[in-house]
Design a protein around this ligand. Structure first.
Ligand code: ADP
Ligand code: 5GP
Length: 189
């Protein structure tokens, strides 16, 4: 008999720290683990699919949804709007499994206010130099966006001590195992 308790996990960290990579690896090991698809006003990157990576919205549509109370939280991040739709959280909670929200630090703190037992997990890069090299290596950002994201990283890192757990993503296998162990611990197995 399973004694797992479904939990809401919120994952944040500077752009390029490896959040998306770690979440994909952990979800490959745990097929039931849900992930909310956020809404954003940023343009899709090559290969990103609407409704899969994000719900890509224009600014007017995003503003209308804000007015309608469609978001659990939303924030301005790196020059665009991002938000977690109530419908996405409900869809995943209805499935009865744990759920990951991969959102920025402002959103994470807002979620914690609304869902007091949400588990906040911060993903740290091993160093500022490695963060820069990963952002450049990913090849998705312009030089201007890279500088903006690196400038914001410092402010984000300063909030890591408000999180329940911190994972340093140095070696990818080690960090994946750590994240997976944290999820197991909070689910109680
Ligand atoms: P984020 O979602 O936090 O913005 P990504 O998951 O997109 O970050 O990772 C940024 C880049 O760094 C990607 O090119 C990814 O392949 C790479 N990466 C992620 N984790 C590691 C790691 N532990 N070691 C080396 N490269 C990594
Ligand atoms: P990216 O543009 O690299 O996909 O994401 C940039 C930042 O936006 C990341 O820190 C990511 O976690 C954050 N983000 C993505 N979705 C949401 C969301 O729904 N709400 C908030 N507050 N931040 C989000």
């Amino acid at each position: 008999m399973s004694s797992l308790t479904p939990r809401l996990f919120v994952i944040s960290g500077p752009s390029g720290a490896g959040k998306g990579t770690l979440v994909a690896r952990v979800r490959a090991e745990r097929p039931g683990l849900g992930l909310t698809v956020s809404a954003t006003t940023r343009a899709p990157r090559p290969g990103e699919v609407d409704g899969v990576n994000y719900h890509f919205l224009d600014k007017d549509t995003f503003a209308r949804l804000v007015d309608e109370g469609a978001f659990v939280e939303w924030a301005h991040v790196h020059g665009n709007c991002y938000g977690t739709l109530v419908s996405e959280v409900e869809r995943n909670l209805d499935a009865g499994a744990s759920l990951i929200l991969e959102i920025d630090v402002q959103g994470a703190l807002a979620v914690k206010e609304r869902f007091a037992d949400a588990v906040l997990i911060f993903i740290k890069p091993p160093s500022a130099a490695e963060l820069r090299s990963r952002l450049i290596g990913r090849g998705t950002e312009t030089p201007e966006t890279i500088e903006l994201r690196l400038a914001n990283a410092e402010r984000e890192l300063a909030l890591a001590d408000q999180y329940d757990e911190v994972v340093v993503n140095d070696d990818l296998d080690t960090a994946t195992a750590e994240l997976s162990a944290i999820i197991s611990r909070y689910e109680g197995n």
